[in-house]
Design a protein around this ligand. Structure first.
Ligand code: GYE
Length: 321
């Protein structure tokens, strides 16, 4: 090959580009993810936060993390600040289902993709978010209901149930109630005699259970708690009232966190329906896919099971949260 002027310049340009490449690669910007968390209300939430933080680190994603202390207004503020900072992707776990349209439109106008994790929103316009990843809360409620129906199948008289609901207006509180009721309504012997929110916390679970016990005491056959923390708080209230949890009152809860396994092993909780908080790795791969221009499924459902107290001791060592 004869080296004319043109090929020579091209060769020089290619060589200098090659020299520049490693530096350019080094300087490549990290993906920035803004994440607005609900709060720190439960063992589940703590595990969820930990999963998101460690997965971001492992994935080399820069995480801007904001804790809303269970207040929607704080989440809206955080999302607006992520928009102002021009993050690459916004993810959040909406504390309640409604009231997100305005801020989601602002994110859309700024062309920042939004991923919902754990809890969903009830907007009609599903172009306002890219994907929703998390559990099927209705199905969790159904699992709780099916377990109870089976456990009480030979019971002749009425089964009086008290219910500790999660945060008012939140997707898991709405759906876990719905799924449970759908199953138990098949037999009129099942009666929810009281239902109140315990806001997903131990302290509130205990407080509300105390009130239930004061009002109905020995009439109560079953406690259905929308999460383990409220059940654990309620167990204390039951013991303080001189009754035996899991014996005098059958207790069903949701999450299957370590605290629930400890209570089951101690014979104080009958069953916990699994709800996995380990959404971090899934979220980070979704963020990378979005940046790579891939299309994500609109709904990514977490696979889960149910743990009755009989298997608790054997399962406990395998639990990751
Ligand atoms: O069950 C509860 C937490 O949204 C699935 O929130 C989550 C729920 C979880 O506070 O413990």
């Amino acid at each position: 090959m004869t080296l004319n002027r043109r090929t020579l310049t091209t060769a020089i340009a290619a060589a200098s580009l090659g020299a520049l490449l490693p530096a350019a690669a080094l300087a490549q910007k990290k993906i920035v993810l803004g994440f607005s968390q609900v709060g720190a209300e439960s063992e589940w939430r703590t595990a969820n936060t930990e999963s998101i933080k460690s997965a971001a680190k492992d994935a080399g994603i820069e995480l801007k993390f904001s804790d809303a202390q269970q207040k929607q207004e704080n989440q809206i503020k955080a999302i607006r600040s992520f928009i102002a900072q021009k993050v690459d992707v916004i993810a959040f776990s909406p504390v309640v289902e409604s009231g997100w349209e305005t801020v989601l439109r602002e994110a859309k106008a700024a062309k920042i993709p939004v991923v919902l994790t754990d809890r969903s929103v009830n907007t009609k316009d599903d172009t306002l978010y890219v994907s929703f990843m998390g559990s099927d809360f209705i199905e969790e409620g159904r699992k709780a209901g099916r377990w109870l129906v089976e456990k009480m199948k030979d019971q002749k008289g009425e089964v009086n149930i008290v219910e500790l609901q999660g945060t008012v207006g939140s997707a898991p509180a709405i759906d876990r109630k719905k799924g449970f009721e759908e199953i138990i309504k098949a037999d009129p012997k099942f009666k929810i005699i009281r239902s109140q929110t315990g806001d997903f916390t131990r302290a509130k679970g205990k407080e509300v259970m105390e009130a239930f016990l004061k009002a109905d005491g020995k009439k109560i056959n079953v406690l259905y708690a929308h999460n383990d923390d409220m059940a654990i708080g309620a167990i204390q209230a039951i013991e303080e009232a001189g009754m035996k949890p899991a014996k005098d009152i059958t207790i069903i809860s949701i999450d299957a966190v370590k605290g629930a396994f400890e209570a089951m092993i101690a014979g104080k909780l009958n069953v916990s329906v699994e709800c996995s908080p380990l959404l971090g790795p899934q979220l980070m791969s979704a963020v990378k896919d979005i940046k790579a221009g891939k299309t994500l499924p609109k709904r990514i459902v977490t696979e889960e099971t149910i743990f009755p107290m009989e298997v608790a001791a054997q399962e406990f060592p395998k639990r990751k949260y």
